[in-house]
Structures are given as C-alpha cells and as structure tokens.
Design a binder for this molecule. Structure first.
Ligand code: PLP
Length: 398
C-alpha cells in the first residue's frame, strides 16, 4: 500500500494546480467515515460539498449501480434506454415540474438553465436574440464554465478568462430594491441560490425569495433556483426554495442527485419553459445515461423512503445548537439551515480546519473566515457528539 506522502507527491507531480487540497488521502470510505492509507479514521463533515448526502457507499445505491453495470451503462441519447423514463418520473414528482433535462455536472445544468432562459426569452417573451439579460447575485457560485464565471462577482474566478459573456447583471444578494431596478424589458431570468454555499453559507433575509418570485412573475422573468448544493433535503426541506414556499420556474440540480457515486445533474421546469429545446438545440453524450439514471433513481428513493428531510432538520437543529455553545471570542455567527451550516469567524478559519484534521474531523473553510459543516445527512446524533467533542477541543482552545 502506498503511503499518503507518496500518493500526494505523485498527484502533485502530474496534476494541474487548480486545487490545494487538505493533505488527507481517502483510500476507503463508508457512511460518514473515511480511512487513509495508514488506517487513520476521519469523520467527513464536508461530504463533497453536499454530494455525499447519503454517506459514502450507501448500500442500496451501490447495489443499484452494480445491477445496472451488469445490464447496460451507456447508450448516448442517439438511442433510448430503459431507466431514463423512471428517472424523469421520479424527479418530476419531487420537483412538481413536468419536464426534466438530464446533464452530468452542476455547471452543465446551470449552463442548460441559462440557454433555456435565453431561448425562452427570445421565443416566448419576444426579446431580440443577443439582447437577453440575466440577473445574478453578488457572492454567487454557479460553477466554472466561461459563461458561468461571466456572472461571478469573484475576481479570482474570472481573471484571465476573457472575453467574458455579456448579458449578466449583478445585484446584492437579498436586495429586492436592486432586483426591481435591474429588471428591463430584456430581462429573461433571475438566478439565485436559496442559500449561498460557496459564498460562505449566506442565508438571505427572510422573505427575499418569495418577494423575488413575485417580482419575477410580474415582469415575465424566470426565477431560476440553483439548488445544486441546497437541494435534496440538505437544508431540511426537499428543496431550500420550499422554506419560502416558492416553486421556482426552473430548478437546477446536481450533487446529491448522484448519490455520492456518479455525476448526475438536471434542470426541472414546466413544458412551457423547457419545451423550447428541440432536437439538436442542446445535448450531452453522457447526460441521461442508464448507469447515472439507475443510481439517481435509487438515490431519490432512499431520500424519500428514509425521510432525509426530517433527518436533516432534526440533526441540523441539534448540531447548530451544539455549535452555538462554543466559546471562542472570534466566532461571529453560526448560521445556515438543516445540515448546511457555517461557523463564521472574524479571522481566518484555515488554522482551525488544519487542527480539526489532526483530531480526525474533516471540514473545510469557505470564503477564508467560515468553516462549512455539511456532513452526510445520515450522520447520527452519536457521530455529531463524537465530532463536537473534537470541535470543542480545537475551537475553544485556539
Ligand atoms: N451551483 C452551485 C450552487 C454549486 O454549489 C456548485 C458547486 O459547488 C455548482 C453549481 C457547480 O457544480 P459542479 O461542480 O458539479 O459543476
């Protein structure tokens, strides 16, 4: 067995330098626990940014994957497969939308939503092609493609990648006033995360999304909810938009849809919107592949049958109340919903994350000063207690 050191050396030798991972190697994982090559055990409090909500290697999802692998794994969309319909049906039911478009990564689903909104804008709203405008929020994170980084407010995501896409406007996250002012006759969509994940677990003022939905409706503007990170029970509702009783015009979904096993993403909307796509106007070789569909179908069934919504709400409330008992004068706030929690400091959070790793707790900072805790939704109270003991030791002592 290769050592952690040798593995990291090789990874660094040949790998592009676009990430700076914590020096831990996952060589095995199960549930909330991961093991490195030396046999050290860690609790995973990040769960691949919510993609491992079911925990590592959920037995039902692994079984579904194995079964499908024995049958057929890839067809491309040039042919039909016998799992895609089931995937559509389940996701349509969960989102209460009647049309689904499958992709693979979150960024591809966001791209799909952008293209759909622009095409809808031209064909339905009557905006001249090339003039369509989309409003996004400062602090957003919607992925890494060139179109998507064009609507980012983060310099590091954009610098050097010009020419960027025109047609995006930014407003402050949570500002209804700015949203109203930004809308023009050419506005086709407003895209937002119900809680900004990468932006530092930012919860907008209560009522923002509901008011935004009403304004969008009044102005014939599509509301796109990017629920790639907040979707599928993570925040204690099946979709975080539901906290505000909002049914967005388009859901952008990914991460946990793949059950922690496979990249599966999708856009869910009604036919009056997603129906603008026609054969040849958009696509993906891998999107809707039978292996991904079988995995996603089982992932959604598990979420429903095991009531992940209630699990995330219950465990999230408990975990957050324990975090609020921490005694460190540099803590500014404990915020979030369900099991998407940010522990915000008034100084860099990275040293805490490094010290937590030494204690066997894997968490990552976001936006320098915030520790994001987003463990698998299957985490038990005992496992939270195990982690809290170590979190207390580290946070109260540094
Ligand atoms: N949208 C949101 C809200 C995200 O948090 C992310 C990833 O973190 C993405 C989109 C992009 O997803 P992916 O990394 O799968 O392309």
């Amino acid at each position: 067995m290769k050592s952690t050191k040798a593995i990291i050396e090789k990874t660094k030798k040949f790998g592009a330098n676009n990430y700076d991972p914590t020096e831990v190697v996952f060589s095995e994982a199960e549930g909330v626990w991961v093991t490195d090559p030396e046999g050290n055990k860690y609790i995973d409090m990040l769960s691949a940014y919510s993609a491992v909500s079911h925990g590592h290697k959920h037995p039902r999802i692994i079984e579904a994957a194995k079964k499908q692998m024995e049958k057929v794994t890839l067809t491309s969309r040039a042919f039909h497969n016998d799992v895609l319909g089931d995937f559509y049906e389940l996701l349509a039911e969960l989102t209460d939308k009647n049309m689904i478009l499958p992709m693979n990564t979150g960024a591809e689903a966001v791209e799909t939503a952008i293209k759909c909104a622009r095409k809808w804008g031209m064909e339905v709203k009557g905006v001249e092609d090339g003039n369509q405008e989309i409003i996004a929020c400062n602090g957003n994170f919607h992925g890494r493609t060139t179109a998507i980084v064009s609507m980012s407010s983060e310099e590091a995501y954009k610098k050097g990648y010009g020419p960027l896409n025109p047609g995006f406007k930014l407003i402050d996250y949570g500002s209804i006033d700015q949203l109203e002012k930004a809308i023009t006759p050419n506005t086709v969509a407003f895209i937002m995360e119900p809680i900004q994940g990468e932006g530092g677990i930012i919860v907008p003022p209560e009522g923002f999304m509901k008011k935004a939905a009403a304004i969008c409706k009044e102005n014939q503007v599509l509301l796109i909810a990017d629920e790639v990170q907040t979707g599928f029970a993570r925040t204690g509702k099946m979709f975080a938009s539901m906290w505000e009783e909002v049914s967005p015009d388009m859901y952008v979904l990914g991460k946990a849809l793949g059950g922690g096993v496979f990249p599966v993403s999708a856009v869910a909307a009604d036919k009056s919107i997603l129906g603008v796509f026609t054969p040849g106007s958009h696509g993906s070789t891998f999107g809707g592949n039978p292996l991904g569909c079988a995995i996603a179908v089982e992932a959604m069934k598990v979420m429903k049958e095991d009531n992940y919504v209630e699990m995330a709400q219950e465990k999230g409330t408990y975990f957050m109340s324990e975090l609020r008992k921490l005694k460190n004068p540099h803590i500014v706030e404990v915020r979030g919903k369900g099991l998407l929690i940010g522990l915000a400091f008034d100084h860099p959070a990275a040293p805490y994350c490094d010290a937590l790793k030494e204690e066997g707790v894997l968490a990552h900072e976001t936006h320098e000063t915030v520790i994001r805790f987003a463990p698998p939704i299957v985490i038990t109270k005992e496992e939270i207690d195990w982690a809290m003991e170590r979190i207390k030791k580290v946070i109260n002592q540094i």
